[in-house]
Design a binder for this molecule. Structure first.
Ligand code: 25A
Ligand code: L14
Length: 339
């Protein structure tokens, strides 16, 4: 029998952490011991893994003895503080926060796009999972880029509340209920009401007028696909529970016809082409939710530039945008590097 690996999930009670446990189960990851870590608020709570009850423990600097792989999704501050301790104890960290993504000694990996970058994990013992919006965009664009070299991307996102975690899922649910009952909506997690609204702000504003989320799409895409690609992003929160949608416009060096783009995407790993306008078929968040594939459709030539295409790209932000991507990285890590 092949080797089993001891895995810790940091932020195990959160929206992404619980999904990480599901992905480990579904994909039959060779887990030996599983350790569930969260804050003192959740310590003692019991979650289920492979039909067995497992108690959540409080995250401390001593949590990682005997752990081979630590999946982090408890916010940037926890990753910044605890990944180094985990790495020192010998665990390879796969971190879902933004804390380490732009560190030159930390690979930033989407398995369908740049799996070879995983080799760089040795420098710090940390591998970063990109931002959810970036992951689904590069999965869809990589096959087109390999054919026609993308020069510029203009993207607008329509992002689900689950990206912000369980407290934001509750906020949308509660606001919808209150408003339908004629009571006012109270905003705590987001700066304004999210129910029946769109917020052109995700994360904090930077000095240049863009939000951090928008700048993540700019910088992370360059780190994953190459710095020649220029990105302009507008990130918008919409009242959807699961699944980010994106309007993506690209300009390429070489012409890519709609037919060619469809062919390239039909065979692309991790992509499902849903593009039959005559039948009213196109990607929607409600179809992406619960899936691991990135749905691509509405492919049209952009006649306003020489070589331009428009696409509509949808994926489950908590699965491919976070948990699934992390577990896929872990799979490659144990198959190619750790054994
Ligand atoms: O702002 P930050 O710190 O960067 O964090 C951003 C938030 O985004 C989520 C995650 O929310 C995080 O808190 N998140 C991060 N990356 C994400 C991504 N890529 C992402 N979501 C989607 N995509 P979450 O609620 O889903 O998960 C939080 C998890 O982190 C654990 N955690 C928090 N602080 C911790 C910690 N673990 C260890 N040490 C700490 N100091 C958290 O565990 C959860 O697993 P928990 O025990 O704190 O929370 C259990 C439940 O309690 C609720 N809750 C959260 N905060 C409070 C709270 N209840 C009362 N008071 C609070 N202040 C949560 O809803 C959770 O279900
Ligand atoms: O991974 O949607 O950097 O509120 C932080 C903001 C994930 C999404 C990250 C959101 C994002 C999150």
């Amino acid at each position: 029998m092949s080797r089993l690996w001891n895995v810790a999930v940091v932020g195990a009670t959160g929206a992404v952490g619980t999904q990480m446990l599901e992905c480990l189960e579904e994909r039959d990851f060779p887990v030996g011991k599983i350790k569930l870590l969260a804050s003192s608020r959740s310590a003692g709570e019991v979650l289920e893994f492979r039909g067995k009850a497992v108690q959540v423990e409080e995250l401390t600097h001593d949590s990682f003895e005997g752990i081979d792989i630590a999946l982090f999704s408890a916010g940037g501050a926890r990753s910044e503080e605890f990944c180094p301790s985990a790495a020192k104890a010998g665990a390879v960290c796969i971190d879902n926060s933004s804390a380490w993504r732009m560190d030159k000694d930390v690979p930033l990996v989407v398995p369908e796009v740049n799996p070879e970058a995983i080799a760089g994990y040795k420098k710090k013992g940390i591998i970063a999972n990109p931002n959810c919006s970036t992951i689904q965009m590069v999965v869809a664009l990589k096959p087109l880029h390999d054919f026609g070299a993308i020069k510029r991307i203009v993207v607008s996102t329509y992002q689900a509340v689950s990206g912000t975690g369980n407290k934001a899922i509750d906020e949308l649910r509660v606001q919808v209920g209150e408003l339908l009952n004629g009571r006012p909506a109270v905003a705590k997690v987001y700066p304004h009401q999210i129910a029946f609204n769109c917020l052109p702000q995700i994360d904090a504003f930077c000095d240049n007028g863009y939000t951090k989320e928008e700048m993540k799409m700019v910088n992370e895409t360059a780190k994953i696909m190459g710095s020649d690609i220029k990105v302009s992003a507008t990130c918008v929160r919409v009242p959807v529970f699961f699944g980010h949608s994106e309007s993506v416009n690209i300009e390429t060096d070489k012409k890519i016809t709609v037919q060619k783009a469809r062919e390239l995407l039909e065979d692309a790993p991790g992509v499902e082409l849903v593009d039959d306008p005559a039948e009213g078929e196109y990607p929607m968040a409600i179809n992406a939710a619960g899936e691991d594939v990135t749905l691509v459709g509405r492919i049209r030539e952009d006649a306003s530039v020489k070589n331009g295409l428009n696409l509509w790209v949808v994926a489950d932000n908590v699965r491919k945008g976070a948990a699934t991507n992390a577990v896929q990285i872990a799979e490659i890590l144990v198959e190619k590097y750790l054994k």
